[in-house]
Design a protein around this ligand. Structure first.
Ligand code: NAD
Ligand code: USQ
Length: 404
């Protein structure tokens, strides 16, 4: 295997920024299990958002310190922890100098589109946190670890929903008789999604100007809960968001079905996106690390395995729910977002498959297991958090506080 030299995780130190979050925690454990030396860097700001908005993960989650202790006790493996904000360059620089990463996986951003559309201050926070945080990571790599491979989480939402096929990062265009391969046009649909576009531009520039090596993973919507590692112990359990701000479509629908809430289809429900199982998120990141980009290369992968419309998801969850004896209904709620509700969507996603990704496709058994999980924890569901309450059109400068 020509990849053998990369696939050996020996002496490979991976810094997982955002390693206390949904994708980051599962990835940190997976890489640790595979023999990488892992450090989690996280400001824990996500736990603060939950407190501020009065939200809670469906699943109970213990502190990051106790998560890491439990992992050590079960596997003998050490995960280092750096608690701090990557927008604080001094903190980030110290973490780099102390850990000396060979690869950095960057999940550490404010990742909710609705959160970024609550009010002006949340919009500004999102772009400041995400864009400055990523810029700091780029500077830290240049200054302290020039060979380090950055694996950056982007989003499929950077492309929007154009009326032509979506390519992986770049498109070859012939214009007035001349041909060039250019970054694929970006038409993001929220201040959050736009922060990822801004990141991509800054990253592309630093690959060109400084020769950094970066892989941008334009990830679709993630669903699911368990990975081989998080299911080893209840204290390793991942977070699972179902509320109108942080919950994502399929995960929300499973919880709604479990508590007998009508499935919240926004508008016409023809909104189509790429989706993937969280077990594939961890697999994709591992593949990207094991096969690094070349110096100066800004490599872009579309990271999802299947496309669904919101209506497709509602149908699948209704069918799966019926099998478990649940009566599932769907309603069309006025769309709080500004987005196309019926549109063409065909996005390429072959590069990770070429590297060896074996997808876990959305199956009846997976839906059964996520639904059963939702049923298990249904007493923890705060049904008041289910309906969306952030409007793309009504966002204003007045700070929005949450009233009880
Ligand atoms: P999450 O909110 O669960 O986790 C993000 C983590 O980053 C949190 O633990 C948070 O405390 C930390 N963080 C945020 N800002 C930070 C900062 N300035 N310094 C240090 N730590 C910081 O989100 P997630 O769902 O795990 O998403 C992780 C990444 O993957 C994000 O970049 C997101 O945009 C991307 N992504 C997620 C999905 C999805 O469906 N969940 C889909 C596509 C892309
Ligand atoms: N939707 C509904 N009903 C719901 C929730 C969502 O119809 O109850 C619709 C939305 O209007 C949207 C689609 O489902 O058209 C997806 O929404 P989502 O909330 O599941 O996902 P999104 O806001 O796009 O954001 C999530 C993650 C984000 C990531 C993105 C990947 O929160 O971090 O970047 O998925 S992507 O969508 O490919 O850009």
């Amino acid at each position: 295997n020509s990849n053998d030299q990369f696939l050996s995780p020996k002496n490979k130190k991976v810094m997982v920024i955002g390693g206390d979050g949904y994708c980051g925690w599962a990835t940190a454990l997976h890489l640790s299990k595979k023999g990488y030396e892992v450090a989690v860097v996280d400001s824990l700001v996500r736990r603060l958002f939950d407190h501020q908005l009065g939200l809670e993960s469906l699943t109970p989650i213990v502190s990051i310190q106790n998560r890491i202790k439990r992992w050590k006790q079960l596997t003998g493996k050490t995960i280092s922890l750096y608690v701090g904000d990557i927008c604080d360059f001094e903190f980030l620089a110290e973490s780099f100098k102390s850990f000396e990463p060979d690869a950095v996986v960057h999940f550490g951003e404010q990742r909710s589109a609705p959160y970024s559309m609550i009010d002006r201050s949340r919009a500004v926070f999102t772009q400041q946190n995400n864009v400055i945080g990523t810029l700091n990571v780029l500077f830290a790599i240049k200054e302290f670890r020039e060979e380090c491979h950055l694996v950056k989480l982007g989003t499929m939402g950077e492309y929007g929903t154009p009326n032509i096929d979506i390519e992986e990062g770049y498109i070859t265009i012939t214009h007035n008789g001349r041909t060039d391969t250019l970054p694929y046009p970006k038409q993001a649909g929220s201040f959050y999604h736009l922060s990822k576009v801004h990141d991509s531009h800054n990253i592309a520039f630093t690959c060109r100007a400084w020769g950094l090596r970066v892989t941008d993973l334009n990830q679709g919507v993630v669903y699911g809960l368990r990975t081989d590692e998080t299911e080893m112990h209840e204290e390793l359990c991942n977070r699972f968001d179902y509320d109108g701000v942080f919950g994502t479509a399929l995960n929300r629908f499973c919880v709604q079905a479990a508590v007998g809430h009508p499935l919240t289809v926004y508008g016409k429900g023809g909104q189509t996106r790429g989706y993937l199982d969280i077990r594939d998120t961890v697999q994709c990141v591992e593949l990207a690390i094991a096969n690094p980009a070349n110096p100066g290369e800004f490599r872009v992968f579309n990271q999802f395995t299947e496309q669904f419309s919101v209506n497709d998801l509602a149908k699948l969850v209704t069918k799966a729910g019926e099998k478990l004896g649940l009566e599932v209904t769907a309603v069309s709620v006025p769309n709080p977002r500004v987005e196309a509700e019926e549109h063409y969507y065909n996005a390429k996603h072959t590069k990770l498959i070429e590297l060896g990704l074996i997808p876990h496709l959305l199956s009846d058994s997976l839906l059964d297991s996520v639904l059963n999980f939702a049923i298990k924890y249904k007493d923890r569901v705060d049904t008041a958090q289910i309906m969306p309450n952030v409007s793309w059109k009504k966002i204003g400068v007045k700070p929005k506080t949450v009233s009880v």
